[in-house]
Design a protein around this ligand. Structure first.
Ligand code: CA
Ligand code: CA
Ligand code: CA
Ligand code: CA
Ligand code: CA
Ligand code: CA
Ligand code: CA
Ligand code: CA
Length: 760
């Protein structure tokens, strides 16, 4: 048809067409020939079919006219055969049209005759099915239900009829099979049917080979690759690598420290597999303490940990994918204690002042605590060693501070340092100072500075004379140390102590109340008491011995010759007496003692100086030379007796001496008579002298006896008296042996000794 349109018909052909239209149109039989038949192949014998001989054909210039210019066939005029001129391709000639018919005419001239013929070109299976694309891509969601159908592009086969595509198959057929369907035009196309659910996570892509098979014999096939992409659906939740994480972390870990990284997996892809981490629930304590990186899963510290507050955290971490599925894990964070707390001490009760007599007394009760745990929280409690206090464990974490033996007088205040140390590393400690004052208890009596005080008072003192002091100290304090002095009642009830001395109660000064007389009272002793004002009061005693010192207030007293103013005593001295003849002895005493009673004698005046002498130490009056007749009969001697005091005191005595020729001469009391008689009879004079001497001695003995008795009585009447030992005279007395006075110091020592012996 196209060829006809493209070409301009010749005149001859127009004429011929005209002839055809006016002449009878003769229909003849149809011919069949398979395509692709070789050149020269016999199709039909036209001469025979027309009914002409081969010669006629040539004569009538028989020829074949095709509708198109192609000369597929030629007419063999010798044989009348229609032969294949060139190979026929049905697909080229007719495409999908069926049947494929070629029309031609056989034109005979003279007369003009036209014979019309149809030539059917039959198909052979010379084409394979061909898919339009060698590769098809199919995207199927993995959650697609089995039975779902996916139409595929069909394969094309240029052949027709049974030689066209008859069937489709696919392999591998693990998940699918192929359904071959007929279209309305008789085409067959494939449908992919899902037999088994897909899983992208297992097999994200399937490469299937689709094969089309035609119905030729042998059949021909064509294939295409069906690339099946399994599309992801969010059918996998994120899953943590570990369901439980357990970490330990020191409580002093710095901010920003990485604790752990949690990790979750999601098998899905794309947004279905994009994991975001978050806290499962928003516990404020956790979210303020830990930061979770939502992309990496790192958990870091953002706030200081404190084991003492929170010992462990339990974090629930969620991993979510982009499509709403999530998984969960637990992170247990255990905080590890470090020794960051020093022990603490709480004083429950405290006594700051304690009486010294309080042994085993609790003065402080306190509790100790350490907020750490384990060794970091174990504590040891101690105090310094040099204080009399001990620590005792009470109950649980309570301790008491207990007193030991206290003595305010030794130490009145203590600074006690209580040290509490924990056993952590490094060790931490707390110290607490307690000041305890030891209050006074009256446990010390006043103590005298001496157990015995010896005071010396010169006699004839003025009244109210301060004679000395006693002193006592008291180690206590306050009223417990306030000392009051007093006199103790005398042991000797006859000693009128109250009139002798007084004591100042406040300061212990002793005063003599009246003038003392050594001659009456040489010493006395009394007790003093010092008492404090504690409650009860304590006291102690001391002895005070007052020694009265002698003053030279007594003049010597001449015992012999007597001075009572009665008849004067006259000594007789024989004229024949040798020089040194003992005329008499002046006997004197002195109420004082010591030097004050140390008497010396001297001849103050004499009728005839040089005739008599007086022995200074014993008062003996002796002749100084031989007597002569010229010497006067009567002599008068004045002897001075003087003590050794300062100033000295003295007494004088007058002696009358008669010089007689013999002791037969009577002695007359009157000096004149005596003198006369002495000259008369010396024998009588001697007798008289002897009698007088005996009488004098007797009288002297009586006087001495009386004096001794008086002395004893007066000593007995006074404390501290000094009894004169038997056989000795006190004072400067003449001993009977006539050897002189006793040593004054000897007498004094004896006196002292007796006082001590008697324990006065
Ligand atoms: Ca064919
Ligand atoms: Ca998935
Ligand atoms: Ca600690
Ligand atoms: Ca700690
Ligand atoms: Ca006291
Ligand atoms: Ca005390
Ligand atoms: Ca004297
Ligand atoms: Ca005296």
């Amino acid at each position: 048809m196209e060829a006809e349109e493209d070409r301009f018909p010749t005149l001859r052909e127009v004429l011929l067409l005209f002839v055809l239209l006016v002449h009878t149109w003769a229909e003849r039989k149809d011919y069949f020939i398979a395509e692709e038949t070789e050149n020269g192949s016999f199709v039909a014998n036209l001469a025979k079919d027309i009914g002409l001989g081969t010669r006629e054909l040539s004569q009538r210039r028989a020829r074949i006219i095709f509708n198109n210019e192609k000369k597929h066939f030629q007419l063999n005029l010798q044989t009348g055969d229609l032969q294949v001129n060139e190979k026929l391709d049905r697909e080229e000639l007719c495409g999908p049209t069926e049947p494929c018919v070629l029309q031609f005419q056989v034109l005979l001239e003279e007369p003009l005759e036209v014979y019309r013929y149809k030539l059917f070109v039959t198909d052979i299976n010379d084409n394979s099915p061909v898919f339009p694309e060698a590769e098809m891509v199919l995207k199927i969601m993995e959650n697609t239900l089995p039975g779902t159908v996916f139409p595929l592009k069909n394969a094309q086969d240029l052949d027709v009829g049974v030689n066209s595509v008859q069937n489709y198959t696919i392999y591998p057929n693990s998940h699918f099979h192929i359904l071959t369907c007929n279209s309305g035009e008789g085409r067959k196309y494939p449908e992919l049917v899902l037999d088994k659910a897909l899983d992208r996570e297992q097999q994200p892509e399937l490469r299937l080979t689709l094969m089309a098979v035609d119905g030729g014999a042998p059949p021909k096939t064509g294939t295409a690759l069906v690339l099946t992409d399994v599309l992801d659906t969010n059918d996998n939740a994120p899953e943590f690598v570990q369901p439980l994480y357990h970490v330990k972390i020191l409580e002093n870990s710095p901010l920003g420290s990485l604790i752990i990284t949690v990790s979750a997996r999601d098998l899905d892809t794309g947004i279905n597999g994009e994991i975001v981490y978050s806290f499962f629930y928003g516990d404020e304590e956790i979210t303020r303490t830990f930061a979770l990186n939502e992309l990496t899963g790192e958990i870091k510290i953002i706030r200081k940990l404190d084991f003492e507050k929170i010992k462990s955290y339990e974090l629930e971490i969620k991993a979510s994918d982009g499509a709403g599925l999530s998984g969960k894990c637990t992170v247990i964070i255990e905080v590890v204690d470090i020794n960051d707390n020093a022990p603490e001490m709480t004083v429950a009760s405290l006594i700051r002042s304690i009486p010294e007599n309080s042994p085993e007394t609790t003065i402080a009760l306190f509790s100790i605590q350490d907020r750490d745990s384990g060794e970091n929280g174990r504590m040891v409690c101690s105090i310094q060693e040099d204080v009399p206090f001990t620590l005792k464990h009470s109950v649980e974490n309570f301790y008491k501070l207990v007193t030991g033996v206290l003595d305010r007088e030794t130490r009145a205040q203590y600074n006690i340092t209580i040290t509490v140390t924990d056993l952590g590393t490094p060790r931490l400690k707390t110290q607490h100072n307690i000041t305890v004052t030891v209050s006074d208890v009256n446990d010390n009596a006043p103590a005298f500075s001496q157990t015995t005080y010896t005071l010396r008072v010169r006699e004839n003192n003025s009244p109210a004379l301060h004679i000395g002091s006693v002193s006592a100290t008291d180690a206590d304090s306050g009223a417990n140390a306030l000392v009051t002095y007093s006199l103790l009642p005398p042991q000797d009830p006859q000693l009128a102590l109250a009139s002798l001395v007084s004591i100042n109660a406040d300061n212990g000064q002793l005063f003599a109340l009246r003038s003392l007389d050594y001659e009456a009272l040489q010493a006395f002793e009394f007790g003093v008491r010092a008492a404090d004002r504690g409650s009860p009061a304590l006291s102690s005693q001391a002895r005070v011995r007052v020694l009265v010192l002698d003053d030279n207030d007594n003049s010597p007293f001449v015992l012999y010759p007597p001075q009572n103013g009665s008849a004067p005593c006259t000594e007789l001295v024989p004229r024949a007496a040798e020089a040194g003849y003992l005329v008499t002895k002046v006997v004197a005493v002195d109420g004082d003692s010591g030097q004050n009673a140390w008497l010396s004698y001297q001849l103050l005046r004499a009728t005839e100086p040089g005739l008599f002498g007086v022995w200074a130490h014993n008062g003996e009056v002796r002749t100084a030379r031989l007597l002569s007749e010229r010497d006067a009969v009567k002599h008068r001697l004045v002897v001075l007796v003087k003590d050794n005091g300062e100033p000295p005191r003295s007494a004088s005595v007058t002696l009358h001496v008669l010089l007689v020729d013999g002791f037969s001469q009577p002695y007359l009391p009157l000096p004149e008579v005596a003198a006369a008689e002495a000259q008369a009879d010396p024998l009588t004079v001697y007798l008289v002298i002897a009698l007088a001497s005996v009488s004098s001695l007797f009288l002297f003995s009586v006087l001495v006896f009386v004096a001794v008795r008086l002395c004893r009585r007066s000593r007995a009447a006074s404390a501290g008296r000094c009894p004169v030992p038997e056989g000795h005279f006190r004072g400067h007395l003449v001993d009977v042996s006539g050897t002189g006075t006793l040593s004054q110091s000897y007498q004094y020592e004896v006196c002292q000794k007796r006082i001590w012996d008697q324990g006065i």
